[in-house]
Design a protein. Sequence first.
Lengths: 109, 233
Amino acid sequence: MDNLHSALIVAVVALVTIGLRFLPFVIFSGSKQTPPYVAYLGRVLPYAIMGMLVVYCLRNVNVSAAPHGLPELLSCLLVAGLHLWKRNTLISIVGGTACYMLLVQFVFV
Amino acid sequence: MQSAFKRTLREAFIATTPVMAGYIVLGMGFGVLLSTKGYGPLWALAMSGFIYAGSMQYLAIDLLTGGASLITSALTTLLVNARHLFYGISMVEGYRGMGKKKPYAIFALTDETYSLVCQDKHPTQEERHQYAFLVSVLNQCWWVGGSLIGSLLGEVIPFDVTGIDFALTALFVTVFIEQWLSTRDHASAIIGVAASVGCLMIFGADSFLIPAMASILLALSILRIVRKEAAHG
């Protein structure tokens, strides 16, 4: 009984997630041509989405209590700085992540 | 043909290495947590195989242990994963004509996979489709592998990995900057950040996503109308 309910929960979560991922394609892929409004969104949305995702990743940062989001801020600035300097995604990510790990493990403990 | 496939595979592999770091560690964290609640490797495998959505799977552990109702589970998933609608809308054109690979590529369109494929600059559609498919497969391998390792090993990670999940945040920051540098029109990027920060401050961390998405859609639609009128003006 308990296992069955758990399995059903997993199934529901999976189906809703799959449904959300497929829905736009189901609606808009049928027609030969993508509707102009959707094509417009397809062009401009990626920029807005990345901004939204960065904020989403940092949503639980508490600015009003120590360390006031400093580890996140400093590491994001390092990622940005490295990236503007080298334009190499791996260097930017490895540098920023190493910096963040050092900060949260040793500096702002 | 073979060498073209290998080249794309190598490019996809290199592109997914930051995701590998994040997914394996977060996947392991998920597997460990799940197993401490009494759900073994098969559960980890099923969830990472069929749900394949990071933060939602962490939340699903709460749903499972709390014995949530199916309605609650469905609504929670709807709220947390609604952002995937955006990825679909923006890839309708990109994934057109993808053939047999398309269903899987749509199923596996996570935040991280989207951030890698939405900026893909391969010259031909065939290469872009191949690349998107390979990135999708590799990313899910990292995620499923991580969850399975975590589930099997439990809490025996040999060194302190606290903070390594920042790799995914860093990935989004680099993509954001790449996109910023690729165009002189920053309206959409600014709208995305401003709407998200604004809604985060108003609605709080747990419920800002949907209002943020709605504001972004509204702002971009207004922008389109205004610019059209300006162009015709």
